[in-house]
Design a protein around this ligand. Structure first.
Ligand code: ADP
Length: 279
């Protein structure tokens, strides 16, 4: 899929309609606009909020092209803050965060679709905000709708969609800008297990075909292992990295890989880390 790359501010702003996000200031002090070999790089990153809350401490890792990195950790350990720093919505207080902000997609648990717009028009929204002409945005939206398996639902409104379909729509809305980096903040957390697994299967296929770099957050260990090339475990706040697992499965992830002994073994190791993280 070949799309013109467009400004990060539109891509991020257009996928963020929660009030707190819209009031945040997007500062870009440490994010370089020059190309780096890593799509995202954090080095000794720390974050202390103005009220003294120490959210993140000394976190270093990279997300390279073709990598799908997932962060798991206890609630409140700083995972969402990490994504907000990566996108520029929150400014970190220490260390380095580097990446190409010209090309970031951001997907949240809340699909944040506009209720008065159809699927087609919701998916076109980011392209519209970027000033892309009508025919081109229609073409891109049609392609993105195909990629997320929403063909036949283009004329429906959000209230007519299931939770899974809303997430597909949200994903398609970001895909129209063809981002190099996708940030996922627990996108499937509100779905039932079967819908979630189906969307995981679809996301793996998208990742393989579209070749973006992904930074994903979830509470589900199985989801993390299934989707990722690498899983990082964070401690309780202030979040530090306490586990780092290269996932030894190839790019193709058949549905049944979830029932392999090796899959269960890695899940067990991560589970142990998380137990330590909570204690
Ligand atoms: P997670 O995504 O891992 O659940 P968050 O990144 O949302 O955690 O939050 C990490 C910690 O920082 C939490 O204790 C949260 O209450 C705190 N926090 C988040 N945003 C702010 C803020 N704007 N001001 C002060 N504390 C915050």
């Amino acid at each position: 899929m070949m799309f013109m790359l467009t400004g990060w501010a539109g891509a991020v702003a257009a996928t963020n309609f929660t009030e707190d996000m819209m009031t945040d200031t997007a500062t870009a002090s440490d994010l370089s606009r020059t190309a780096t070999s890593s799509r995202l790089r954090f080095e000794n990153l720390s974050m202390v909020f103005p009220d003294g809350t120490h959210a993140i401490d000394d976190v270093s890792f990279t997300v390279d092209p073709g990598e799908f990195v997932t962060v798991v950790g206890p609630s409140g350990c700083g995972k969402s803050t990490l994504l907000r720093i990566a996108s520029g919505l929150t400014e970190h207080t220490g260390g380095v965060c580097e990446g190409n902000r010209d090309s970031i997609g951001y997907v949240f648990q809340d699909a944040t679709l506009l209720p008065w717009r159809t699927v087609q028009k919701n998916v076109e929204l980011n392209a519209e905000l970027q000033g892309i002409d009508r025919n081109e945005r229609k073409r891109r939206a049609t392609e993105a709708i195909e990629l997320v398996n929403l063909v036949g639902h283009e004329g429906k409104y959000p209230k007519q969609l299931s939770g899974g379909m809303k997430m597909r729509c949200s994903l398609a809305r970001s895909l129209v800008l063809n981002p190099e980096v996708f940030l996922f903040d627990e996108p499937f957390g509100a779905l039932d297990e079967i819908s979630r697994e189906r969307l995981n299967d679809e996301l793996i296929n998208l990742f393989r075909s579209e070749k973006f770099a992904a930074l994903f957050i979830t509470h589900s260990i199985a989801e993390a292992v299934f989707l990722s090339t690498r899983v990082l475990v964070m401690s309780a706040r202030p979040g530090r990295l306490i586990g780092d697992y290269a996932i030894p499965f190839g790019a193709e992830r058949p549905h049944d890989i979830r029932f392999e002994p090796e899959f269960a073994e890695i899940c067990g190791l991560i589970n142990n880390d998380l137990k330590d993280a909570h204690s």
